[in-house]
Design a protein around this ligand. Structure first.
Ligand code: FE2
Length: 390
């Protein structure tokens, strides 16, 4: 005859697989004397003989989850804690939420068509200086698998990357947001490269809530500590903000919404109007109107993954905007036009990839930049890009 522990495990398996209902599970647990209200591991009465249940006997279950031929029994209380060590069951939070029939705002889970902003690509004339800035000062990680020679460097930032091929310096017309977990160590790291980068455009300033660091060729990176604003992201690239001519935000919003199928809206804050485009989970493209002169475009680019790959391709092609059919999984465009007028509002090359692209969700290695030979901590070489949100 089966032990009670065995019966409990069988019941849990059946319950987890959805074979038995909540009520039947509670009832069976009550019948065999398993304490569903106590703390710690299952408290099974030892005064009773080992119980048998419909599950351990292999008795057929009716479609409604009740043992075939069984008479209805009153429902047992559904407080379950400390039985299995499995938080999803022991904590009872999931069951409690299900019973309470909470009203979730399901729309907050929507992403629209752009599912990920993956990299920002700017060419750099000097890989040694780029290494000092992106790796040593910012604390990011060189991709150990791809582009490992002096002609190009891919730099991991959580699940995103900077791509830095060697070439004439390119500068994003705006700035790139980066979330960095060891924000408190950043000023020290930035100061350490100041001398080596003297004579370049390198600079750094602490502002209200972020540090703005300028790369040796003028790219502005705005670095933030993890916070509620960035959700679970501890290390990553949450947004790129472009500076665009006055009066273009509405047309840019229409472009991303109507042509790219993205979530987009024109918003206004203390600094003025901007188009806000969802570009992944916790990621955005911002296009902020400015009166300042905008430099000529120098061919830097960004890469996005989209779900509906062919729809935007068709609409872009109709307007003559596709300039490169890279391969089966990728095409490129660079002009953002107002769909109502066809007027070019801003230019930024988009490397558009499908979710079948072989590099989609490619795992990226991220190091812990606070490791050093003087205070090496075993087991702490790697960083996670995200933290659980509870
Ligand atoms: Fe690229």
């Amino acid at each position: 005859m089966a032990s009670k522990e065995f019966v409990v495990q069988q019941l849990l398996k059946a319950y987890r697989k959805g074979i038995i209902s909540d009520d039947l599970f509670a009832q069976q647990m009550a019948e065999i004397g398993a304490d569903m209200n106590g703390q710690g591991h299952a408290a099974i009465s030892t005064s009773q003989s080992a119980a048998t249940t419909s599950v351990d006997k292999g008795q057929a279950l009716a479609a409604n989850g009740q043992p075939a031929g069984s008479r209805p029994r009153p429902a047992a209380p559904m407080l379950m804690r400390g039985i299995t060590g499995d938080a999803s069951i022991d904590g009872g939070a999931l069951l409690t939420a299900m019973r309470e029939k909470r009203n979730y705002d399901r729309t907050t889970e929507d992403l629209g068509n752009i599912v990920a902003l993956e990299h920002v690509n700017v060419t750099v004339p000097d890989q040694e200086k780029a290494t000092l800035f992106y790796i040593n000062a910012l604390g990011l990680t060189r991709d150990p698998y791809m582009m490992t020679g002096p002609a190009n460097m891919w730099v991991n930032v959580g699940r995103q990357q900077f791509h830095l091929p060697t070439g004439k310096p390119q500068v994003v017309r705006g700035h790139v947001g980066v979330v960095i977990p060891d924000y408190q160590d950043l000023p020290q790291r930035l100061n350490r490269v100041r001398e080596a980068l003297a004579g370049t455009r390198f600079d750094c300033h602490e502002r209200d809530g972020y540090i703005e660091a300028t790369c040796p060729w003028g790219n502005r990176i705005r670095l933030y500590p993890p916070s509620k604003r960035f959700g679970a992201m501890q290390l990553g690239l949450p947004y790129v903000e472009f500076e665009v001519p006055p009066g273009t935000a509405d047309g840019i919003t229409r472009f991303y919404s109507q042509i790219m199928g993205a979530q987009a809206a024109t918003l206004e804050d203390g600094q003025g109007r901007f188009a806000c485009v969802t570009a992944g989970n916790g990621q955005n493209l911002f296009f902020r109107e400015t009166d300042r002169p905008i430099p000529p475009y120098d061919q830097h680019h960004l890469a996005i993954y989209i779900n509906d790959f062919s729809g935007p391709h068709r609409r872009l092609k109709e307007r003559g905007l596709i300039f490169q059919e890279s391969d089966q999984h990728q095409y490129r465009f660079q002009d953002i036009v107002d769909p109502e007028t066809g007027k070019v509002l801003f230019t930024i090359e988009h490397e558009v990839r499908s979710m079948k692209h072989p590099m989609y969700l490619r795992p990226l290695v991220n190091r812990n930049p606070s490791q050093n030979i003087m205070r090496y901590a075993p087991g702490e070489d790697a960083l996670n890009w995200a933290k659980a949100m509870n």
